[in-house]
Design a protein around this ligand. Structure first.
Ligand SMILES: CC(C)(COP(=O)(O)OP(=O)(O)OC[C@H]1O[C@@H](n2cnc3c(N)ncnc32)[C@H](O)[C@@H]1OP(=O)(O)O)[C@@H](O)C(=O)NCCC(=O)NCCS
Length: 143
């Protein structure tokens, strides 16, 4: 997704999608990656608008839930855009053979989520404090 001013990209992010099996159930999971606003346009609400919109887009495009990590100082930014903090949740990135967990040193990351379908909402508690086997591969190693 990109926010344009004429032909200038002001802010952009990627929505990534993957089926994930967690606590015995399979979910269509969306994630955010490479959220960025141009240096000279930061602090004007563009990032907020895009991250909020990404959540709406995931909801409308058949995802059961959205989940991603961000640096701890950005937690309020994500929460204001409609994402909820999942206390103690850790995303296992990378691959099953070569995992890239979100709680590795020196990272200080928190996990954010949004639960769209009734199946996902009922399972919300299983994501708190869980190590979630995302394994998105070797390119976007961690959402
Ligand atoms: C994070 C980022 C996308 C925010 O974009 P933005 O367009 O400036 O965001 P907004 O103007 O919508 O800011 C919304 C709020 O987030 C806060 N915020 C922005 N960057 C922050 C940061 N690095 N640390 C803490 N808070 C931050 C702003 O202070 C603002 O808070 P306020 O409304 O209480 O004043 C932008 O700072 C950026 O591109 N950073 C570098 C890349 C990055 O860190 N991406 C995040 C990966 S999850």
């Amino acid at each position: 997704m990109a926010l344009l001013d004429g032909d200038i990209v002001i802010a952009a992010l990627d929505i990534l999608t993957k089926d994930v099996v967690h606590a015995g159930s399979r979910y269509c999971v969306g994630g955010l990656s490479t959220v960025a606003t141009r240096l000279d346009r930061r602090g004007q609400g563009h990032g907020h608008r895009l991250v909020q919109n990404a959540r709406e887009t995931m909801l409308q495009t058949g995802h059961d839930l959205g989940i991603f990590t961000c640096d701890r100082p950005l937690q309020p930014f994500c929460e204001h855009a409609g994402w909820e903090h999942l206390p103690g949740a850790v995303l296992l990135g990378g691959t099953r053979e070569d995992p890239f967990p979100s709680d590795q040193a020196p990272f200080d990351k928190v996990t954010l989520g949004a639960f769209f379908t009734s199946v996902a909402r009922r399972a919300r508690h299983t994501f708190h404090g869980a190590r979630i086997e995302l394994y998105p591969g070797t390119i976007d190693k961690l959402w």
